[in-house]
Each structure stands twice: as structure tokens, then as C-alpha cells.
Design a protein around this ligand. Structure first.
Ligand SMILES: Nc1ncnc2c1ncn2[C@@H]1O[C@H](COP(=O)(O)OP(=O)(O)OP(=O)(O)O)[C@@H](O)[C@H]1O
Ligand SMILES: [Mg+2]
Length: 251
């Protein structure tokens, strides 16, 4: 075990492995603590990932990379071990019967966050809600399908300049499918967490999504609806939060 560990360590530290990560030293220092590097190395082997390309997005709590798997683009989302705000994520885990029994150590919570996003994406896919296709999770990493074209990743709803009317109808319809069929409330829905890919809306960033039985599900759903209506109303598409809410929760 020890020799295995040190062999891995040597490999990780060697330029060869880092060469497959197309990121500068600054980015790699920010995201790749040793545990993350090891997890990434393990996942690259298991999932046949050839190459980690540029970061699509780098935020406080996660970094999202474009990568290549069997020559096709995929996305690796890395939850940062150090900055995920644990005080904030507890309520999305404790009240969710699917996860409340899991361990609460700091690293386990980050791992659980990746597993939760994977599980939620899977539930949404099953109901036909548009979202990235989950491929795998490993420790603090999530592997999913890439939205975008060869030139650039998909834009968020906020940055989209196309016709919003069909997008609005699709978003409301799929919020209902999410609630009724997947039995999930997104709980952080806004124009930032919807991407437009081939003129369709895709729901992303679903780690905090909870089941409809969660004691705060009603509150989260109202907030999601309010955010969505605020956005569309500002873009001259009438959206009455009360009507949308009752449409979503009616059978
Ligand atoms: N499957 C995907 N395909 C293409 N781009 C993606 C995909 N998933 C995420 N992104 C891009 O990465 C960004 C961040 O992803 P996401 O919203 O899931 O993370 P986050 O938790 O909000 O991260 P942060 O801590 O940066 O706020 C998205 O706004 C989007 O631009
Ligand atoms: Mg986001």
C-alpha cells in the first residue's frame, strides 16, 4: 500500500501527469490540493479521460473544466475541498432523506456534494428534464456531458440573445416535470444556472436540489419561481409567480 501510494505520488508530481492538465500553475495551486490531484488521477484512469483542457469557469466553490474522453468533450466539475461553505450546505443534506444518514466529516461532505449533484442529474434525466448527462462521480469530482460547441461552451440564459418565448415555455414546463416526476426542487434556480444549448434550456448546478418532501422544499420552490419570473418579466415576458407556482404544484 505504501509503495503504491508513493508511486502514485511520484507520478502526480511528475511533469508527465501535469502536462495532461492544460492549466497554469496558479490555477493548479488553487484547485489541485493533493487529494484532488489524486482523485483526478484516479478518475482519469477509470473513465479513460485523455486530457484536461481549459477551465470553463472558476468560482469560489468549484472549478469546471472541459476535458476529453474518447476524443469527445466532457466536463469535470471539481468542488474545492477548502472553500465549499459547509455551514450553508447542511440544510440541503439533512432534510433530504436520501442523504441524511451519511457521514459528516468535512471531506466526506464535499464528496457527498458531488454524489448529490450526480444523483439529482440522474433523476432529472429520467424524467426527461434537459440537463447535462451525469457520467460519473469520484470523491470531490463530477464528470458530465459538455454543453456547447467546438468553439465555446453554452451561454447562460442571462447572456442569451435569441428568442426567449420558447425558452420561457420550456423552463416552466420542465420546472413542473422536475417537481412532479423527479420530485426535486432545484433550490438555486436563476438565469445563471440555466444554459442554452442548441436553442434549448438546460438546468445545471443541481447539487443543492432537494426532494419535494424536504421541509423547506416549498420555500425553495417559491424562491426559484420568483427568480425565474423576475428574469423573464424584465425581458418583457409576463410571468406571474403565483400562477406559475400553482401550475407547477398542480398534478
Ligand atoms: N455541463 C456543462 N457544460 C458546459 N458548461 C458548463 C457545464 N456545467 C457547468 N458549466 C459552466 O460552468 C459554470 C459553473 O458551473 P456551476 O453553475 O455548476 O457551478 P457553481 O457551483 O455555480 O460554481 P461557482 O462556485 O463558480 O458558482 C456554469 O455557469 C457554466 O458556465
Ligand atoms: Mg452556478
Amino acid at each position: 500500500m505504501d509503495s503504491e501510494k508513493s508511486a502514485l505520488k511520484t507520478l502526480i508530481e511528475s511533469g508527465e501527469f501535469l502536462n495532461r492538465l492544460n492549466v497554469d500553475r496558479k490555477t493548479s495551486d488553487l484547485v489541485f490540493d493533493e487529494r484532488t490531484l489524486k482523485a483526478l488521477y484516479e478518475m482519469m484512469g477509470k473513465q479513460s479521460i485523455d486530457y484536461i483542457d481549459f477551465p470553463i469557469s472558476s468560482g469560489k466553490e468549484s472549478v469546471v473544466f472541459k476535458a476529453y474522453r474518447n476524443k469527445k468533450p466532457v466536463v469535470v466539475k471539481i468542488y474545492k475541498m477548502s472553500t465549499l461553505r459547509f455551514s450553508n450546505i447542511g440544510k440541503y443534506i439533512e432534510g433530504d432523506y436520501r442523504f441524511h444518514k451519511e457521514s459528516r466529516s468535512r471531506s466526506k461532505l464535499v464528496y457527498l456534494w458531488a454524489k448529490k449533484e450526480f444523483t439529482n442529474l440522474h433523476e432529472l434525466q429520467k424524467s426527461g428534464v434537459h440537463c447535462p448527462k451525469p457520467i460519473a462521480f469520484h470523491k470531490n469530482l463530477l464528470l458530465m456531458s459538455y454543453l456547447g460547441d467546438q468553439r465555446k461552451p453554452a451561454v447562460s440564459l442571462r447572456e442569451y440573445h435569441g428568442d426567449l418565448q420558447p425558452i420561457f415555455s420550456q423552463v416552466i414546463e420542465e420546472m413542473k416535470m422536475m417537481y412532479r416526476d423527479s420530485k426535486i426542487v432545484h433550490a438555486d434556480l436563476s438565469e445563471y444556472n440555466i444554459l442554452i444549448h442548441r436553442k434549448k434550456a438546460y438546468f445545471i448546478d443541481v447539487a443543492q436540489g432537494v426532494t419535494t418532501e424536504h421541509r423547506m422544499a416549498g420555500f425553495f420552490l417559491e424562491r426559484d419561481v420568483a427568480n425565474i419570473c423576475r428574469f423573464f418579466s424584465r425581458r418583457d415576458i409576463p410571468c406571474d409567480p403565483e400562477k406559475v407556482l400553482s401550475y407547477i404544484i398542480s398534478g
